[in-house]
Ligand binder design. Sequence first.
Ligand SMILES: [Zn+2]
Length: 339
Amino acid sequence: MPWSLVGNERAIRVLQAGLANGAAHAYILAGPSGTGRATAARQLAQALNCTGAEPPCGACTACKRIAAGIHADVQTVSLDTDADGAARKSISVEQMREVEAAIALAPYEGRTRVAMVDPADEMSIAAQNAFLKTLEEPPPHAVFVLIVQNDERLLETIRSRCTRVEFHLAPARDIEAALLARGVEAERARLLARLCGGRPGWALEAASNPRRLEHREEALATARSLPQLPLADRMDLAERLWDAFKRDRGPVIRQLDEWAGWWRDVLLTQSGAEDSIANLDETAAIAADAREYRRHEVARFVQAIVEARGYLGENVQSRIVLDALMMDAPRPGAASRDR
Ligand SMILES: [Zn+2]
C-alpha cells in the first residue's frame, strides 16, 4: 500500500518530497485530530524502513511490523496513565529521556529509528527542554515526529528545528468517496461524511465500529434533554462529566462535540439552512427543536458549548466550565410563547 490519506494529499506530497532529499531529523505534523496525522507518521516510519521497491510498499516485513505497532525501531510516546488509571496531564521529562535513550542506539531491525510524540503539545516544559538538547544534536539514524493540534504550545527553539507539515479538515465529498470505496453503504457513507466534521479518521472508525454511533445517539439524547432537566439534575450531569473527564478527557470532549453539532443543526434550521445540517438522520427532531427554542438562546448555547470544549481541550482543569455550561441551555417552550 503506497502513501494514502483521505483529503490531505498535499501533506503527503510535502513528506514525500522531503524524503527524496533525505529525511529531516524532526517533523511537526500539525492539524485537527482525525485528519490523518498519526497515519501519515506511520507511513513516514514505513517509508524510512521499507525494503520494497516503492517505499512504503505496505507489504514487506518492515511495513507490516510498523503497521502492527511491533517494529523495534519505531516508538510512540503518549500520555501515560497514573496509578488510578487517570490520564496524566502532560508528557513528562522522564518519558522523553526514556525514548531518547532508546533512539540513541543504532537501529535494531531497520534503517531508521523513529520516535513519534502524540500529542506533542502536551509535553511539559521540562520535557520540551530535555527534547531540545537531543534535537540540537540528533543521532544520525533517528527521526522524530511531533503530532500536535496547536504547535504554539511548543518552544520556538523546537519549532525552528522541525519541518512543519500542516493537516486540514477534509471536504465531506472526499470522505464520502473514501467510505464508498471501502464498501460502506451509500446512505451511511453520506451520513458519516457529514457527521465527522471533516475528520476522515472519525468517519472510518465509525464505519467499522458501531459503538461510535451508539455513543453519538446517547450524546444527542442528552443534548436534546438538557434544557428540560431541573437545575439539580444538570449539576449532577456536570459532576458525572467532570469525573469522566478526570479519568479520560477524550470521550467527554467528543460528547461536547456531539452537543455542539446538535444545537448547530437546530440553529441552521432556524436560519433556513436545513440543507447544511450534519445529523441527516434526525431532521424531524431537529425541526421540532427549532420550533421549540428561541434562536438567540440556541445561538448562545452553541457558543457556550464551543467555548467550554475549547477550555477543556486546552486542559483547563476547572469544574466551573461544565457547571456554567449547564446554565446556558435554551429555555423550553419560549419560542411558542413568542407566537
Ligand atoms: Zn515496505
